[in-house]
Every structure is written in C-alpha cells, then in structure tokens.
Ligand binder design. Structure first.
Ligand SMILES: Cc1cc2nc3c(=O)[nH]c(=O)nc-3n(C[C@H](O)[C@H](O)[C@H](O)COP(=O)(O)OP(=O)(O)OC[C@H]3O[C@@H](n4cnc5c(N)ncnc54)[C@H](O)[C@@H]3O)c2cc1C
Length: 377
C-alpha cells in the first residue's frame, strides 16, 4: 500500500509552482530568521519542512505509487531554488539522498516504516559518510559492522556529520568486508540515533555552524535496518547522488548574494566607479552561466543522463562565484564588512565551507580533468 502523505493539491505548470512557492515564502517569512538557510535543520527549519510535508512538496518528485506527486525533477529544483533565494532552507537530507535510495532499494516493510515520516517532514536523517581518515575517498572508510545473528555490531567514528545532534537516524556507510575490498565491502545501515553506544561531540565551524563527530561503540543495529544487500552500498549511494545533482548548486542562493552585493555597492556609492560596475557585470555573467548549467543538469537528471562532469564543473564554478561575491566588499577596502554581524562578513566565512562540503573543488576539478579532458592517471 503506498504511504499516505496528506491531502495535497497537485501544482499546475512549473512556472505556476515557482510563483506558488514564492507566495508561500513571502507569507511565512515572519516565522524564520532572515538567514535561516544557513542554520542547521532543527527548530524553524524543521517546522518549515513539516509545512512543506503537509503540502506534499517534500515528495513532489517521488512516484505517485509511493505516495509522491510524480512530477519531474524540475519542480523539485524550482522549490529549492526559491527556498535558497529566500534564504529559507536547504533541501533536507531525508527527503533527498535518503528517500531516493529507499524508493529504489528498500523492502516494502522499510518503505512503510520510513517514507511516510520523511514525506511529512517528521523524520530527520544525518549522513554518516566521512571519517577522520576518509573524506574525498570514501572507499577507505573504516567504521566496521559485523553480523551477529539478527543484528550488526558497529564500531567506528564519523566526522563532520551535519545535523547528527538532532536527527532521528544516521544513514551509515560502513565496512562489512575487509579494508582491501574498498568499495565492494561497504554496506548501508539505518541507525536510530537513540541506540546505546553512540556519542556525539560538536565541532564548531568557521561560520558558527555545528558539525559533529559521531562515535559508535559496539552499537547494535537490526539486520532489518540494512538497505540493499551487504556490500551493495557503493552502487546505491552513487545512484542516489546521480539523481540528486540538480539540487547541489542552487542559483537562487547566488542570485540573492549578488542582489545583496549590488545593494551594498549602491549604499557605499561604489557603483559610480567603472571598475566596480565592471566587476559586478562580470559576476552577473558568471551567474548566468551557472543558471544555464543548472537548467541543463535538471534536464539531464530528468532524462537519466550522466551528470557527473557537468555537476563537478558546476560545483567548482558555483562555489568560486560564491567566494568572489562574498569577498568583493573587502577587496574594495570596505572594512565595515569585516565587522561581525554584517552580511558579507558572514558570507565570507560561510563560503569557505561551500567548496569543501559535498566534495572539494580540487576533487571536482580532478573529475573534470579526467572525464572531460582525459588528463591525469
Ligand atoms: C559544512 C560541511 C558539512 C559537511 N557535512 C557532512 C555530512 O553531513 N556527512 C558527511 O559524511 N560528511 C560531511 N562533510 C564532510 C565532507 O564531505 C568532507 O569534508 C569532504 O568530502 C572532504 O573530505 P576531508 O575533509 O576528509 O578532506 P580530505 O579528503 O582529507 O582532503 C584534504 C585536502 O586534500 C585534497 N584532496 C583530496 N583528494 C584529492 C585528490 N584526489 N585530488 C586533489 N586533491 C585532493 C582535498 O581537496 C582537500 O583540500 C561536511 C563538510 C563540511 C565542510
């Protein structure tokens, strides 16, 4: 039986939907702070997810047979692009990567257990991929799970785990084979964060955000919480990533940062200077390129075409543009923008993280070099 989400109305055209999201965001702006997008996924963000869940928007691109609206990825892109422009919220991990994997690989019982809560915005997941010794290359990860009857016993350490301190589950990539088995020895487990043996320690980031270290000491996880077969995790995570690439760089975020930059230039009367006007025009041209690439990635994801190279290129260019926008006021000597609490002081610190999270710019450039230019080993 498909999981019932709630009574929802299917939107009209993609343009109509974008306007509906925009109107919703304007009407609800008072319920969140103006920089909510940069907060973790608890509090007002969790409340916003629940509101989106009630409208059926978190599952807008899931198949109808699974309780979704069955609309193309372009609707999902429009939703999160508008959310980014309004600085309201980032896409949730639960209704994104996690749901995509569950839809494709979970058993009917697992779908019944997790999908309705995810679609409603009630269940939060955090991604347990990176470790102290494995980030860019996850095939070397060491968190170990060994089977003991109807449970796995898991021991290891995850690092940089966003939202672990308030999530309901850890989406855990762990090793069931030996270290030499690399990607072939990896398995996905859904670990309740309330399990005995989990210790979470905060890690503060440069933008005042909280990441976490998650230690697992002989944590018991039911075999029923394994997604797919043992050793199958690599193909599951790669397939989910491929279907999520249209949400990785949202031009709405850049449109908003650039709009703030133009406002700053007007207020500081630098807009009258030709060199400043030229720099702003250049940044606008880069934004046009990022927007065009985003549209292409949406099309490619919809058609099931490979987006690895386009998404890697987009990550390099999109995050470099974020950094150029954030750093421009200081480049022109506006020291007021390095005072804490000023928008560009915050964006300056935050944009450092953007080129690391979800794959570093160096690693993305490597993908472009190897795959598009046939360079390297
Ligand atoms: C804000 C933020 C949120 C995050 N959230 C999560 C999360 O929720 N869950 C999670 O699992 N992880 C998360 N991460 C971790 C993130 O995925 C990793 O930091 C990232 O993949 C890099 O891994 P690493 O930190 O181990 O660096 P390393 O892989 O050790 O890299 C160190 C340096 O070497 C460079 N490098 C590495 N390999 C190559 C290569 N082949 N070619 C060229 N240069 C290379 C890198 O570019 C980098 O400069 C988050 C990170 C940040 C910043």
């Amino acid at each position: 039986m498909p999981p019932a989400v709630c009574a929802t109305r299917k939107p009209g055209s993609e343009g109509d939907f974008r306007r509906e999201v925009e109107a919703f965001l304007t009407a609800t702006a008072q319920r969140r702070d103006a920089w909510q997008y940069f907060r973790d996924r608890s509090g007002a963000t969790a409340e916003l997810y629940r509101e989106l869940g009630r409208r059926g928007w978190l599952s807008i691109a899931w198949p109808e047979a699974e309780g979704g609206m069955g609309l193309p990825p372009a609707y999902e892109f429009a939703l999160w692009d508008e959310m980014a422009f309004a600085r309201a919220a980032r896409p949730p991990i639960a209704a994104g990567l996690v749901a995509r994997s569950i839809l494709e690989y979970a058993t009917p019982a697992q779908k019944q257990a997790w999908l309705p809560g995810i679609a409603a915005g009630e269940l939060g997941f955090s991604l347990g991929y990176s470790e102290p010794e494995a980030g860019s290359d996850l095939t070397g990860l060491r968190t170990r799970a060994h089977r003991d009857g109807e449970v796995y016993r898991v021991t290891g350490e995850k690092r940089w785990t966003s939202d672990a301190h308030h999530a309901d589950f850890l989406w855990l990539l762990c090793r069931t084979g030996d270290l030499a088995s690399r990607a072939r020895g990896l398995t996905l487990l859904v670990v309740p964060m309330s399990s005995a043996g989990i210790v979470i320690t905060p890690i503060d980031t440069i933008d005042g955000h909280r990441l976490n270290e998650v230690r697992l000491d002989d944590v018991e996880v039911p075999v029923a919480n394994r997604l797919g077969e043992e050793g199958e995790a690599w193909s599951i995570t790669q397939a989910a990533l491929a279907r999520e690439r249209h949400l990785q760089i949202l031009p709405g975020r850049l449109r908003r940062d650039l709009a703030d930059l133009v406002t700053w230039a007007r207020r500081s009367s630098l807009l009258a200077r030709d060199d400043v006007a030229r720099r702003l025009a250049e940044l606008t041209s880069w934004l046009d390129a990022v927007t065009a690439t985003a549209a292409r990635i949406v099309d490619d994801v919809s058609a099931g075409r490979d987006t690895t190279v386009a998404a890697a290129r987009q990550k390099v260019v999109g995050t470099a543009l974020m950094q150029q926008i954030a750093r421009l006021p200081l480049e022109y000597g506006d020291l007021s923008q390095v005072v804490e609490g000023q928008p560009f002081e915050f964006l300056w610190r935050e944009c450092v993280l953007e080129s690391i999270a979800g794959g570093t710019s160096e690693v993305m450039a490597d993908i472009v070099a190897r795959r598009a230019l046939s360079l390297g080993t």
